[in-house]
Design a protein around this ligand. Sequence first.
Ligand code: PHE
Length: 464
Amino acid sequence: MSEEARTSIHGQWSSRMVFVLAATGSAVGLGNIWKFPYITGENGGGAFVLVYLVCIAVIGIPVMMAETMLGRRGRQSPINTMSALAAEEGRPPIWSLLGWLGVVAGFLILSYYSVIAGWALSYVFRSASGMFVGATADGVNSIFTSLVSDPEKLLAWHSIFMVATMIVVARGVKHGIEKAVSYLMPSLFVLLIVLVFYAMSTGHFSDGLSFLFSPDFSKLGWQSILVAMGHAFFTLSLGMGAIMVYGSYLPKDTSIAKASMMIAVADTVVALMAGMAIFPIVFANNLQPDVGSGLIFQILPIAFGQMEAGVLIGTLFFILLVFAAWSSAISLIEPAVAWMVENKGVNRIYAAVWCGGLTWFVGLGTVFSFNLWAKDTWSLELFGHFLFKDINFFETLEGFTANIMLPLGGLFIAIFAGWLMKTQSTKNELNTTENGYNVWQILIRYVAPTAVMIVFLKAIGVFN
Ligand code: PHE
């Protein structure tokens, strides 16, 4: 097929702006508001944030451009895109495995992502019912504990969220995804600003800022650097085909470089604002920043409980968090759904139900990680010992997907786009300025792959 004639059978975005919105919808999610603050808390703050920002700039943006470019050139699901492009560039068909790696990573991530989104969903109702009004840190903590220790509740919320995701995916690219993101992302941004203003009024804003921004490198080990790099991939939705599949719906004439930068900046700003909202409240209440995955659920309600109009603001906040998670969840499952539609000749509804059902089932492991299979049980025996660490099923899955699978996916994307595609092909597709192209090529050929490899090898303890 000639380059010009290629279109995706799944449809196309109406404009570049819509692509930017959808990709930002994918990027901005629980990763920014739930995960970034808690891993920053666990990894000591400033130095970790700095490494994360460097990873966004020198690995994240070039890999995002590469992924979008591959998607737009291949115009199919990541699996088929990779085999088509491999054939076109005269490379072995085994490259379609890269698409498979992404599909599997998407399933695994969504399986726990949906459970956490379920927490957010349940907090909408907790907040609306006034449960947080005047609550102390201990009170908020026990509300959280009683939620996660109840597998039935978690299962119910997880199921609702999965069904909601399947519905949007079943409706397709234009009608489902486009609509949802255009209103929700801007509203979330406004509410985060409100929260940052509240954080300023706690009297501990500067403590929060110095935790986030003054780097203490003595706290930074290779393990933390790996987490920072993994999170750069996670938060930008890279390394698993989400951005590739969104790129496949991108009109031919849009600038991939500009779009990628806009997405990365928006995503980073949201994460930093979440940090600026959360840490001052942590310090104002004499709490510890390193409590782990419950952090925002144990911290933000304290603020909502004390604020004027806190019921309204808190409820809105959790609603928007759910929407942010929703627009990310869609992109986690879209590569698999697009592949099923292309290869199995089924319609989107059927594909969405199958993929969603399977993900839901794997999600049970995360549901039980906080109660039945919490620490000191067989799952710890099995998974914990397997990875030589004292962690449960959810933590194992989260670490493995974000810190291993995504960077690995990104590494191979960089190798393929940087080394195995003809310069003429990538130049045509990226269609940017001469200088811009040269910078991208250096980053994607040398900087990104080397950085990923060094961090991997260091983190697993080779050459210590
Ligand atoms: N970027 C999303 C977030 O930060 C998560 C995600 C990862 C989505 C990978 C798609 C692919 O919440």
